[in-house]
Design a binder for this molecule. Sequence first.
Ligand code: SAH
Ligand code: SF4
Ligand code: F3S
Length: 451
Amino acid sequence: MNSTDRKPRKLHVVTHGCQMNVYDSARMADLLAPLGYTTVDKPEGADMVIMNTCHIRERAEEKVFSALGRLRVLKEEGGGRMMIAVTGCVAQAESELLLKRAPFVDLVVGPQAYHRLPELIAQAHRTQGAVIDTDFPAEPKFDFLPATGASQGVIANLTIQEGCDKFCSFCVVPYTRGAEASRPAAQVIAEARRMVAQGTREIALLGQNVNAYHGEGPDGKIWSLARLLAALAEVPELKRLRYTTSHPNDMTEELILAHRDNPALMPFLHLPVQSGSDKILRAMNRKHGADDFRRVVARLREVRPDMAFTSDFIIGHPGETDADFAATMALVRETGFALAYSFNYSPRPGTPAAGLPQLDQAVKDARLYELQAELRRQQDAFNASTVGLTTPVLFTGLGRHAGQIAGRSLYAQPVVVEAPAPLTGEVHTVTITHANPNSLLGRLEQEQIAA
Ligand code: SAH
Ligand code: SF4
Ligand code: F3S
């Protein structure tokens, strides 16, 4: 690149989809910073807009095209100067088709190729035409991350595993993110240390199937997630660890015991089950039954009694009957979730379930409504159950009102207390006094105020 490539430019990044996209967006901004790109929080006046997209449900995809329509107007108003890049899972899934639907897009870059962005941007400038890179390159993108990046804050994400080999009947991820691959443990630990040096105190390890992690260890052996978590717990000042998303089949006894033995690991787990019906789980190609999920939950509660769970549910997968839905409701009532995400099944092009006869929309809607009412009730009950607890809170910064500071509980619930100082990055004991629908109020314990 010549020096003109380094003139100051404004970059706006829009992120849709999961936490892995949030992580990737931050890395893309880090990668472009040395080329003179500073991030701005509006697309107006930006030289470059990156739209990092999600393909998981039809609505996610529609969101991309309506957002692109708005960007097109801005681009035209600016005389076509704005460069528009579409990255992430829609870019991967649609590739050339995306350019047909949105010919004003300059770059289409799949999730495995974002480390090539600088050269792709240069190429787009040179050729004045659209550039597509949706390969799964041989060189892993994580090897190309800059050694430093912007601080990610007190609570941050770190991707350790990507892709999926499980091919659930409904899911696009194996096609958009490719085969399962784990980053080497030493690379993960080095990145965690850098994050901690910049003020991070809690890290969530990310992966589409994070508990299937099997990265090369510094000792030449293959490390499990439990082994990696044990090494990360040794990083000074790194106070809390989480991991997401897990598959029930990869919850090994070693990982379950880590919730008892690893003091940094939070008693909170996102464990998507999708359905409570064995027949539907089979149709989904989940390769486990409802009782396998029950056993994992029970075992975790046995080794760590204060464990709480979140999950994902799909309602209206092809073949779901009233009895199958009743089995899902039974599993939900029995388990008791702190929080859960639920979605109507959305047929995705190229996935096996999309070709099957589909349920009536009204049936799906009615079931989803019933499930969500129960999940809301459980979430409120869980939050209410924390009132009166005296519990550690990791503080992240100031609250919305003067004199208030905010933090996170063991269960990642936002907690607000009154305090004379921000205490950012510190863990202090709080007694929870009140539960709102999406946050808790608490009181700092007396001795901590003096601390
Ligand atoms: N790897 C994770 C989840 C990845 S996608 C796992 O195995 O559980 C996140 C969630 O989106 C899924 O858990 C599922 O509940 C939902 N989802 C995926 N594909 C979907 C589809 N076609 N329609 C509706 N929801 C879907
Ligand atoms: Fe999708 Fe299933 Fe893989 Fe999760 S495990 S990413 S739901 S294919
Ligand atoms: Fe969406 Fe891709 Fe994540 S499809 S959920 S952005 S892996």
